[in-house]
Design a protein around this ligand. Structure first.
Ligand SMILES: [Zn+2]
Length: 281
């Protein structure tokens, strides 16, 4: 068995909002979380920052997924959300749209099977014995971004010169439209304070005998494929398999530096946190 793990903030000045963990015991568990960056005005309705949230959620997930083998991963996630919500203080407004939250990719395996769970824009790649590589994605946000009204708002932001009042109003309108879809029916879902969101995750299981290896990655890592087009998902898993997660990280950073303003490869942030776990079973 080979394990590779990485969690690196976007830059040295930024807090690491990602979380990555692996435990090996009666099989194993991998937990990868991507804490959602708070809004520019810092209004989250909460006294706690994102690393506080991901550390508690991740710790609960490791413990529950590792010790509660009779629960499926969605049940483990639901309980981990409940525990983390209870750790907030009375002054924290957990109904706030931007309460600390994260995207999640979980793997759990034993002698019999490999289970996976993905919520929001994290990803899992499963390597098959037959040579196939299967990406597991929650595509809700990707599909929403293509919706004509959101596209029009985004185009308007791009068309206006930054720094003007008009541009700021356009950014405000776009951010407001996306925020309204966050953890709302018909929108997209992240791990925040509502345990029911676990039921929205993309889950499944594969016989262990059919899986050679697997990776759980945040969107900072999958931008190798999804933003920079350096290869498809099978190529991404092949790279990690052969050269490791640090090579993936280095290639992502090189692409980001080569296009710092996102002119060729438009993206929300110049650099993003990168977290991932690779497991050769
Ligand atoms: Zn709080």
């Amino acid at each position: 068995m080979r394990i590779d793990i990485v969690a690196r903030p976007a830059s040295q000045e930024d807090p690491n909002e990602d979380y990555a963990a692996v435990v090996l015991a009666d099989g194993g568990v991998a937990v990868v979380l991507d804490g959602v960056t708070p809004p520019a005005d810092g209004d989250t309705g909460c006294a706690h920052d994102v690393p506080w949230f991901t550390a508690r959620l991740g710790g609960a997930l490791v413990e529950l997924a590792g010790s509660r083998r009779e629960w499926d991963l969605a049940a483990c996630l639901s309980e981990a959300i409940t525990r983390t919500a209870a750790a907030h203080g009375p002054g924290c407004d957990l109904s706030h749209k931007r309460t600390p939250q994260a995207t999640a990719a979980l793997l759990r395996w034993d002698e019999e099977r490999v289970e996976h769970l993905v919520l929001s824009d994290a990803a899992i790649l499963l390597g098959g014995k037959d040579g196939t590589i299967t990406p597991v994605l929650d595509t809700r946000l990707t599909v929403l971004r293509l919706r004509p009204d959101l596209r029009a708002l985004r185009e308007r932001v791009k068309a206006l010169a930054p720094g003007t009042a008009e541009s700021e109003a356009a950014v405000h309108a776009y951010v407001g439209a996306v925020t309204a879809l966050r953890n709302a029916e018909g929108g997209f879902f992240t791990v925040a304070a509502d345990p029911d969101v676990a039921g929205r995750a993309v889950t499944g299981l594969t016989p262990r005998a059919d899986v050679t290896d697997a990776a759980a990655l945040t969107d900072g890592a999958t931008r190798w494929t999804e933003v920079f087009g350096l290869g498809d998902f099978p190529a991404l898993l092949s790279l990690v398999r052969e050269e490791g997660l640090n090579t993936l990280l280095a290639q992502v950073r090189a692409s980001e530096h080569a296009d710092p303003e996102g002119e060729e490869f438009p993206r929300g942030k110049r650099h993003d946190d990168v977290a991932g776990v690779y497991v050769e079973l």
